[in-house]
Write a protein that binds this ligand. Sequence first.
Ligand SMILES: NC(=O)c1ccc[n+]([C@@H]2O[C@H](COP(=O)([O-])OP(=O)(O)OC[C@H]3O[C@@H](n4cnc5c(N)ncnc54)[C@H](O)[C@@H]3O)[C@@H](O)[C@H]2O)c1
Length: 262
Amino acid sequence: MEPGKRLPGKVAIVTGGSSGIGEETARVFARHGASVVLCDLQDELGAAVASEIVTAGGKGEYRHLDVTQEDEWTSLVDDVEAKYGRIDVLCNIAGIGRGIDPATGKRNSMDLPDLSLDSWNQVMAVNAAGVFLGTKIVHAAMKRAGGGSIINISSICGLVGSFGNAAYNASKGAVRIFSKSAALQYAKDLIRVNSVHPGFVDTPLARPGLVGNAGKARMDATPLGRYGKPSDIAYGCLYLASDEAAWMTGSELVIDGGMTAN
Ligand SMILES: NC(=O)c1ccc[n+]([C@@H]2O[C@H](COP(=O)([O-])OP(=O)(O)OC[C@H]3O[C@@H](n4cnc5c(N)ncnc54)[C@H](O)[C@@H]3O)[C@@H](O)[C@H]2O)c1
């Protein structure tokens, strides 16, 4: 084992790997010795992240995956297990904020009375059903590997309510409690399932809400006085993916600069 590497020999799938938190998590996992299959809808960006990992001496490849599509999950998991012989880690990071109204092409409304059922379903499909599908479909392969770690990205919006998109809060609350039920069911197979709850992290998803008055209010509410960086969350995922977290399951890792401490 190379000294200092925390995921030697592990095979990890990282969704949402083309951007933000997922992109950085893929890089950190690869630096720590994992073979990383990063998945997303943004194919060009994802392929560039994978090639950067390989150029840096790591093991990484990009695969297209729409996390809302069960058949795509099945072929991804089958292919990864066939190619690498095992799957040790699944990091469910892919997510959306508000979604886009297909009729107008504009971002969906945040006001609850104006929130359409289509918008609700769109957010729940990616953020909640996507996590469910991955957690369900990876089970058999992880069991064959003798155990594993599933890391589901929720949010502080899965812990407390907000004036933002209620569908987003609902989807992230679903991830939180779903992860605990999965942890109970999968414990006998030594598959750990934990949720991660980031505060405001500077990524393309969050950036529109980090400027102006909303941004000031969020910064004021963050005791550590800065927005998160993708690496702040990636290192939490690294811990949960590693054997250092062998006795941790059904738990919530809050990484939010102290925002929900008060
Ligand atoms: N940035 C924050 O402040 C923050 C805070 C709390 C939680 N989160 C969560 O962290 C996760 C990552 O968000 P981010 O901030 O890095 O955003 P991001 O937009 O940079 O990355 C999200 C990625 O998910 C991908 N994606 C979206 N729908 C997909 C689908 N159906 N199938 C596959 N991939 C899909 C996008 O293409 C994108 O590359 C999300 O689940 C988000 O809800 C983010």
